[in-house]
Design a protein around this ligand. Structure first.
Ligand SMILES: Cc1cc2nc3c(=O)[nH]c(=O)nc-3n(C[C@H](O)[C@H](O)[C@H](O)COP(=O)(O)OP(=O)(O)OC[C@H]3O[C@@H](n4cnc5c(N)ncnc54)[C@H](O)[C@@H]3O)c2cc1C
Length: 399
C-alpha cells in the first residue's frame, strides 16, 4: 500500500496549482457573484486547461495516451480548491467526450473535430420537474412521428443545459414499462435544438444550472444510443451488440465524471481548512491568536479528520475503478461521506471566522454555499446510503 503520489503526479499537481493561483484565483470571488458562465467563457477555460489534462480526449477515441484515474483526480481536486463553479462546468463539459464514445456516423466525426479543438460542451439530462431520485419515472417522451423520432418534455436542474452543444438525455419510449421502456439519446444542438433558461441558486453561482425544454425536438435514428429493443439486437432501431457496447462504455465514463462531485467536496473542504488555519493564526481575541484556544483547535482537528477521511474514501474508490474492480459500494460511500463532510467542514470554517465568516470579505461563505450544492446531484446522501445498504445486505429499500 502506497499513500504517496508519484513524482510525476506531484509535478503535475504543482504545475496545476501554480496555474490556478496565477490565472484563476484572482478573479473567482467577483466573477462567481455575477451569475452563469457563457458558453464562450467555458470554451475559453477548456482551451486554456486542456494542456493540463482537463477535458481529456483518451487514446481509444483518437486522443493522447490515457491519463490514469488518480492523476486525473489530482487536477480535479486542485481546481475545486480554487473554484468549484468552474469544476462543475468543466467536469460536466467533459460529457462531450462520453457522448463521443457513444456517437455513430457523421455525429461522431463532427463531435470529434469539435472536441479536439476544445469546442464542445456536454451535459447530462435526467432530472425532470416530477422526477428526481426515482429515475424510473421519466416522463420526457421519445416517439416516432412519421419517419422521424422526436423528443417532447422538460428537464430541470441540468448543469450546463443552457450552454451545452451536446446533451445525453434519458427519455421514455413506452409508458408503464419502467426501465424497459426507456432510452438514452444523444442530442446534437445543431440538429436537435432545445430552449434553456438558467436559475439562480445558493451556490455554484457561476456554473449554469438550467431548465431545458424539448418541443418536437428531432432526433436522427443513429443518435438513439441505447434502448431495450437495441440491447436485444432486434426490432426497431437495430444496433444490437454495438449499441450495447456503446452503452457500457458510456456508463464507465459516467462513473468517472461522477467522481468529480466527491473531488469537488474535498477541494472545497481543503480550501476551508486552509483559510481557517490562516485566520486562527491572525485573529487576536483575549490577547491571544484564536488558534491558541483549545475549542478552536478541536474544530480544526475535526475539519481535518473529515477532509482526510473523505479524501481516503474517494481516492480508494477511484483507484478501485481504475483497476477495473467493481466499486459500487465504495463510490456510494465516498459520495455520501465526502459531500456531507464538506458541509460540516465549511460550516465550522464560518464558525472560526465569527461574524466575518458570514460576509463576502472572506471566501468561507462561498465555500459553505458551494458545499451545500453537493449532497443532491448524482444521487442524494440518502440514496447513497440505500445503495450501500443494498450492496451489503442484498436487499433493496427501493425499486
Ligand atoms: C448542483 C446540482 C447539479 C445538478 N446537475 C444535474 C445534471 O447535470 N443532470 C441531471 O439530470 N440532474 C442534475 N441535478 C439534479 C439532481 O440529480 C437531483 O436533485 C437529485 O437526483 C435528487 O432529486 P430531487 O432534487 O428531485 O429530490 P427528490 O428525489 O425529490 O428527494 C427529496 C428528498 O427525499 C429524499 N428521498 C427521495 N427518495 C428517497 C428514498 N427512497 N428514501 C429516502 N429518502 C429519499 C432525498 O434524499 C431528498 O432528501 C443537479 C442537482 C444539483 C443540486
Amino acid at each position: 500500500m502506497d499513500f504517496e503520489f508519484t513524482e510525476e503526479q506531484k509535478m503535475l499537481q504543482t504545475t496545476i496549482r501554480d496555474f490556478l493561483e496565477k490565472e484563476i484565483a484572482p478573479i473567482v470571488d467577483e466573477r462567481d457573484r455575477q451569475g452563469s458562465f457563457t458558453r464562450e467563457e467555458v470554451i475559453g477555460y477548456i482551451k486554456k486547461m486542456m494542456p493540463l489534462g482537463f477535458y481529456h480526449l483518451p487514446e481509444e477515441l483518437g486522443g493522447e495516451e490515457r491519463m490514469d484515474a488518480i492523476t486525473g483526480a489530482i487536477g480535479s481536486e486542485e481546481l475545486a480548491r480554487v473554484w468549484p463553479s468552474l469544476s462543475g462546468a468543466l467536469g460536466l463539459a467533459g460529457l462531450a467526450v462520453a457522448a463521443l464514445a457513444m456517437a455513430r456516423g457523421e455525429t461522431k466525426e463532427k463531435l470529434r473535430a469539435k472536441i479536439e479543438k476544445g469546442e464542445s460542451i456536454g451535459c447530462l439530462a435526467i432530472t425532470e420537474p416530477n422526477v428526481g431520485s426515482d429515475t424510473s419515472a421519466i416522463e420526457t417522451m421519445l416517439t416516432k412521428s412519421g419517419d422521424r423520432y422526436v423528443v417532447n418534455g422538460t428537464k430541470t436542474w441540468i448543469t450546463n443545459g443552457s450552454i451545452a452543444d451536446v446533451a445525453i438525455a434519458l427519455v421514455q419510449t413506452e409508458k408503464g414499462k419502467g426501465q424497459m421502456g426507456m432510452a438514452t439519446v444523444l442530442l446534437d444542438r445543431d440538429v436537435s435544438p432545445w430552449e434553456a433558461t438558467d436559475f439562480h441558486k445558493i451556490g455554484w453561482r457561476a456554473c449554469p444550472t438550467s431548465e431545458m425544454s424539448f418541443d418536437d425536438c428531432p432526433v436522427p435514428e443513429q443518435n438513439i444510443i441505447v434502448a431495450p429493443w437495441m440491447l436485444g439486437g432486434s426490432g426497431e432501431g437495430g444496433g444490437g451488440d454495438k449499441a450495447a457496447q456503446a452503452y457500457f462504455d458510456f456508463m464507465q465514463r459516467l462513473n468517472g465524471i461522477r467522481a468529480g462531485m466527491w473531488l469537488i467536496s474535498i477541494g472545497i473542504a481543503q480550501a476551508a481548512v486552509d483559510a481557517s488555519i490562516k485566520y486562527a493564526k491572525e485573529r487576536i481575541q483575549f490577547g491571544k491568536p484564536l488558534g491558541s484556544f483549545q475549542m478552536v483547535q478541536e474544530m480544526i482537528a475535526d475539519m481535518l479528520t473529515d477532509t482526510w477521511s473523505a479524501r481516503l474514501l474517494t481516492y480508494r474508490a477511484i483507484w478501485l475503478g481504475g483497476q477495473g474492480v467493481k466499486n459500487r459500494m465504495e463510490t456510494s460511500l465516498a459520495k455520501g461521506f465526502a459531500t456531507e463532510a464538506a458541509l460540516r467542514v465549511t460550516s465550522k470554517a464560518i464558525q472560526i471566522h465569527g461574524a466575518m465568516g458570514l460576509s463576502e470579505e472572506y471566501p468561507v461563505e462561498r465555500y459553505f454555499r458551494d458545499a451545500r450544492m453537493l449532497t443532491m446531484p448524482d444521487g442524494t446522501t440518502q440514496i447513497m446510503k440505500l445503495i450501500v445498504g443494498r450492496e451489503v445486505l442484498g436487499m433493496r429499500a427501493y425499486t
